[in-house]
Write a protein that binds this ligand. Structure first.
Ligand code: NAP
Length: 246
């Protein structure tokens, strides 16, 4: 933990900070766990020391740690608690993504049995400050991880290909980037606003013998869609494996 960073956060956001996690845990009604997954065990171990005394009312725990199942959080925090006290410590797990940094996040959320409608609403309100939220059964968070969690990186990869080719074809880097980004945003908007299937929209812009068809033929020949599916499945499988690691 870097104390200089705490001071920076205090100054920038006018918030209180502390190097003691239990201090935050005792004081807050909503506790967001956003440390790296490999630090979660240690952090949770320390928090469990403050239980059950820390529970003066409902304390909603929201974890964003990737691949860290709710059951593992429960295993740390619930042993010192009886059934009623567990009801005061509902747990929500979230798979966010980095576009949250520009308020365009897409998060998957999953709740344990102690989460009531009120806390679910609170969790969603917090997450909706930086984008959209959909609730899932926890098992589906592997798929969420593979699609929206890791998804921005796949898109960046496509952007690299578009921009590099644009430059090779003689465009300036800034021009290639603008053309690429506006095309991606436009395509996304068209999908959203027409609600047409992507394959339909694709067929509409692909005339026989035309330029788009020339490109799509190469994509088909190289099995790009199949490879992409394989890549997304690999992310989901990795998510399952990480969740099983002790
Ligand atoms: N980035 C994503 O797109 C994404 C997506 C889904 C889930 N997540 C999850 O979000 C979490 C954070 O990821 P990140 O990329 O934001 O990591 P990060 O930049 O390393 O942030 C981790 C933060 O935790 C602080 N920290 C470290 N040890 C701590 C401790 N013992 N007690 C309290 N705070 C501590 C760090 O403080 P210092 O700055 O002082 O080191 C840092 O501010 C991870 O669990 C990750 O799996 C991230």
């Amino acid at each position: 933990l870097r104390s200089a960073r705490l001071t920076e956060l205090e100054n920038r956001y006018g918030i209180q900070t502390t190097a003691e996690n239990t201090e935050v845990f005792n004081a807050a009604d909503v506790v967001i766990l956003a440390v790296k997954p490999q630090h979660m065990d240690n952090v949770l171990k320390a928090l469990s020391q403050a239980l059950p005394q820390a529970l003066t009312g409902v304390k909603l725990v929201i974890s964003v740690a990737a691949g860290f199942p709710i059951e593992k959080i429960e295993r740390h925090l619930y042993p010192p608690l009886d059934q009623d006290a567990k009801g005061l410590l509902p747990i929500v797990r979230v798979m966010p993504n980095t576009p949250a940094l520009v308020l365009a996040g897409m998060a998957g959320l999953s709740a344990n049995d102690f989460v009531t409608e009120t806390e679910l609403r609170d969790a969603k309100t917090i997450l909706e400050a930086v984008g959209r939220v959909i609730q899932f059964e926890e098992e589906a968070l592997h798929a969420v991880t593979a699609i929206s969690g890791s998804g921005p990186a796949y898109i960046f990869y496509f952007v690299e290909a578009f921009v590099e080719t644009g430059i090779n074809l003689g465009l300036r880097p800034s021009q290639a980037l603008t053309l690429t980004l506006e095309t991606m945003k436009g395509a996304a908007k068209l999908l959203e606003e027409t609600a047409e299937a992507p394959a339909e929209l694709r067929k509409k812009v692909t005339s026989k013998g035309g330029t788009t068809e020339a490109a799509l033929t190469v994509l088909e020949q190289h099995g790009v869609k199949e490879h992409l599916k394989e890549a997304i499945r690999a992310a989901a499988e990795r998510s399952v494996a990480l969740g099983q690691m002790e």
